[in-house]
Design a protein around this ligand. Sequence first.
Ligand SMILES: *Cc1c(COP(=O)(O)O)cnc(C)c1O
Length: 425
Amino acid sequence: MQNEQIISTEKEKSFVQSYRHREWNDVPDEKWNDWKWQLSNRLNSFEEISEIINLTPTEANALNQNSLFRVDITPYFLSLVDKDDFNCPIRRQVLPTEKEMYDFSGMNEDSLSEDEYSPVNGIVHRYPDRVLMLVTTQCASYCRYCTRSRLVGDSSKNYNSTDFDNQIEYISNNPQIRDVLLSGGDPLLLPIKRLESILMRLREIPHVEIIRLGTRTPVFNPNIITQEFCDMVEKYHPFWLNIHVNHPKEITPELQQACDKLSKAGIPLGNQTVLLKGINDTVEIQRKLCTELVKMRVRPYYLYQCDLVKGAGHFRTPISKGIEIMEGLRGHISGYAIPTFVIDAPYGGGKIPLAPNYVLSQSPNKVVLRNYEGFITVYTDSDQEPDQEITSGNRKGKDISIMDLIQGNEKFIMPQNFRNSKRED
Ligand SMILES: *Cc1c(COP(=O)(O)O)cnc(C)c1O
């Protein structure tokens, strides 16, 4: 892949430069805008980072611990960090603190029990019609809350061509798999020829209908989205891509350009966000993030509750916070800008959607609903078939509402035949 990124106008150029910390002012634009230069100049040690950022003692101590999850930050992404603000939302995603060493209840290394759902190395087959195909353990920068920190960053656990052969063979042999989701690590860090060979082999499998890819590299190193990459991927449609933006500050002119190129190659774009305490856990930030994403033609897909993964306990928000945020989105901003809030349940429970409750009460043919403003309304259902009718033992066939229970007119509501089938009277 060569760097074909050309910053087209003087205005964009000055915008790009304004992001650079002073220390990088003498780096020529050709280098700064070259994704390879960004990768080979990543920062990971206390010595390197402290030249750019005013580190606090807890950050300094964490960087000097060699037992922690790997650190690596592209100069581009570090340039988005406020060098004096410990609470900067960009900074907290990539710079460790001592809190990563704290244990917490419910903590797990493999918090989604993915290893139990892995028939061959790198395949996670949790749902009937789709699989996760992990193709690398490497990322452009390392998120401190990484769900797969048990593997990610560790080059000794990387996948090799035998693993790819086994993964492809597993997918070929399981015709129920119609959707393959490339992940890792970050698949965009594979050499373009390697990635293309995987896409080509997947496309040779007749039952594979769609191919998806999850990546955060456009956020950490946006110029990796070259025309060469887009032209390559276009040959393997339908191909969908999810990026991973957590905060509106990550939406830079560079990321916008990258997304524009991908959209022009006919790739539908989605976004996955992890809800992180102190980083993006307010209605205001999420509204801004989601509406800005839609402006660059990226559809918010999932908002994830933070996993119970080792090292990430301090990022957890109460589940009620996520529900409150969803309450603050629906009705207030375009439906296109609203993700689904999900918790990927511990012990391999899979993704479970969570939402505010809009159904207040149900009776056999009435449903009491509220809207986002608190307006309460009633919808009259069509008449139900007798065998679906809910009735009570003492007022068979009559409508009983939750209100009857509250007012004490009735003791319970039960499905017809409930006693007959389940108990002796
Ligand atoms: C998230 C995930 C998928 C994809 O799920 P969708 O809801 O279809 O996006 C597939 N497999 C695994 C193991 C996953 O964690």
